[in-house]
Design a protein. Structure first.
Length: 333
């Protein structure tokens, strides 16, 4: 039996948020209010909930994943021990079915109803440690700088083939910018290394992950940040599904027999990083190269085999972390 008696749905926007409380698990007994999306507004929310008999002990708070707009609410309510469920908006929309009309109040009510209906499946939010938040910010900044540098270098290279004179002018004015970006990237790499070394648990997870052939620093940090140090998923298959590397069957009766394929709803960044790891592990001498060559020789599609390697990499990483051991390559006797 669920411990929750009241259910709060919060629809977040930049300047304010709407909150709807379903009291005593009865949809007809719902109340609504709107608050400013700042500390003062969140304090008013807590006061309002308390007046209605809704406390951290008997209330489930649910809101959509809205990035930075919902962060203040999540951090504040978590500090007061509220159980918070941060859910994908698409999951909420699809679970409710066909709906007509939309505004902030209705959206908050639908979120509250979703929480009440699916309370047994609620995934209570566990806030990441401060060091993980630091890693996230640095990795995000690194990604922006890498993209900017690549764009500048690519444009210069393209111009060289068509307008050499203009290419020289372009390269001249971009030279100092590119150098500055490369210097900043080096500093970020050093800071990332310092953060990893300064935290024992982080250093341990990092060591176990990078011991797997083909898995590098950036991929490991992405996995650590997106999975909250591998706490968000109970099994390697769940993580593999999140990364979009698990194929699912598409058949129905006798008429529909589609090929198995991965789902489009996946973390594209992790999928891209794992793809690069798979290519690296296939190029290196070892069991993955042997596996790839054998399957391709059997007539298997190359991308299918690469996806299988991505899946295997996740299982190996999770096994190393679960057993607290570095990966050991077993050579054929």
């Amino acid at each position: 039996m669920s411990k929750f008696k009241h259910f709060v749905g919060i629809d977040v926007s930049k300047e304010y948020f709407d909150a709807v409380v379903i009291l005593d698990g009865t949809k007809e007994k719902s109340i609504h209010s709107q608050f400013a999306n700042d500390y003062k507004g969140i304090k008013s929310l807590c006061k309002w909930l308390k007046e209605e008999g809704s406390t951290y002990e008997n209330t489930l708070v649910c809101l959509e994943h809205t990035g930075m707009y919902g962060k203040l609410i999540i951090n504040y309510l978590t500090s007061f021990k509220f159980d918070i469920w941060v859910e994908m908006s698409l999951k909420i929309i699809r679970s409710i079915g066909l709906q007509r009309g939309k505004n902030d109040k209705i959206d908050a009510e639908r979120i509250a109803y979703y929480a009440m209906k699916n309370q047994e499946e609620a995934q209570i939010y566990e806030p990441p440690r401060k060091v993980i938040e630091q890693l996230k910010k640095l990795i995000s900044l690194r990604e922006h700088l890498v993209t900017t540098r690549a764009m500048l270098l690519r444009n210069s290279k393209e111009l060289k083939g068509f307008e050499p004179e203009l290419s020289k002018i372009y390269a001249k004015f971009c030279k100092s910018t590119v150098k500055g970006l490369e210097a900043d990237l080096k500093n970020i790499e050093k800071e990332l290394d310092n953060i990893i070394k300064s935290d024992e648990n982080l250093s341990n997870v990092y060591e176990k992950s990078t011991s797997v052939t083909g898995v590098g620093k950036v991929t490991t940090l992405y996995l650590i940040c997106y999975t909250n140090e591998f706490k968000m998923y109970e099994t390697p298959r769940q993580l593999a599904c999140y990364c979009g590397v698990v194929p699912f069957e598409y058949t129905s009766g006798k008429s529909i027999k589609g090929r198995s394929r991965v789902h489009y709803m996946a973390n594209k960044k992790l999928k891209k990083q794992l793809h690069m790891c798979a290519i690296s592990s296939i190029r290196a001498k070892g069991d993955f190269k042997d596996y790839y060559d054998r399957k391709v020789a059997e007539g298997k599609n190359k991308m299918l085999v690469i996806n299988n390697v991505r899946n295997k990499l996740i299982h190996r990483i999770c096994a190393c972390i679960r057993n607290n051991k570095n990966y050991e390559l077993r050579l054929a006797s």
